[in-house]
Design a protein around this ligand. Sequence first.
Ligand code: PGA
Length: 263
Amino acid sequence: MARVTRTPLIAGNWKMNLDHLQSIAFPQKLHWSLQDARHDYSAVEVAIFPPFTDLRSVQTLVAADKYDLVYGAQDLSAFDSGAYTGEVSGAFLKALEARYVIIGHSERRQYHHETDEEIAAKVAAALRHGLIPVLCVGETADDLEQHGPSAIPVAQLRAALAGTPAGTELVVAYEPVWAIGSGQAATPEQAEQVAAALRAALVELIGQDSADATRILYGGSVKAANIASLMRQPNVDGALVGGASLDVAEFSSIAQFPKHVGT
Ligand code: PGA
């Protein structure tokens, strides 16, 4: 069978960093850096995920200056509107021309006690509003010891996509919790092993064609020095980058991974 080509996605998760003013300077510098490097966005898609309060600034900049950068939000409400103080609806994100939304990041599972049911409801909400979910799954160090590498990420994937119809477009991010912010990324072989298991589960969940088309990102201490070896794995189609996405030169270099020779 011919190998399906999936356009790699390099995604920068800013977490709770950079306010709405900084969110103008940063994408400008990133755009210039990638322009200087003659970045081909059709070969490697580049997305940023700023805090909610930055999204309007980013939208204005990207639209006015016709940047090829795309953007998304770090979370959304499972509900569409109404008495949900502090929540942000998928409809609002769509109105700001967000393309993606991160769902189920381990920091939200951990600090906000998001359950698999809530995450599934958020996936459904994103799809209702035409947003592409970037669904995060990943095991803790304890999980890894007790259940092995792929059991927890696959179980999280199944729970989140239980009601999702075949043909759905989404992105999956495999982020081992022990690798996030630790400086200790998974090895390329570890990332590939779990990504392959996730893709096999996707076949059952959303069908062969959609599973083949789904980009599976790796996240957790990705930097310019380790991106190329991760991207050489057949089932790793990009990266969700936290800390290193806040440094323009480093993030720009990560996005240019096809040029990294011998790393
Ligand atoms: P990190 O974060 O790159 O700083 O490890 C990744 C993430 O949490 O998405």
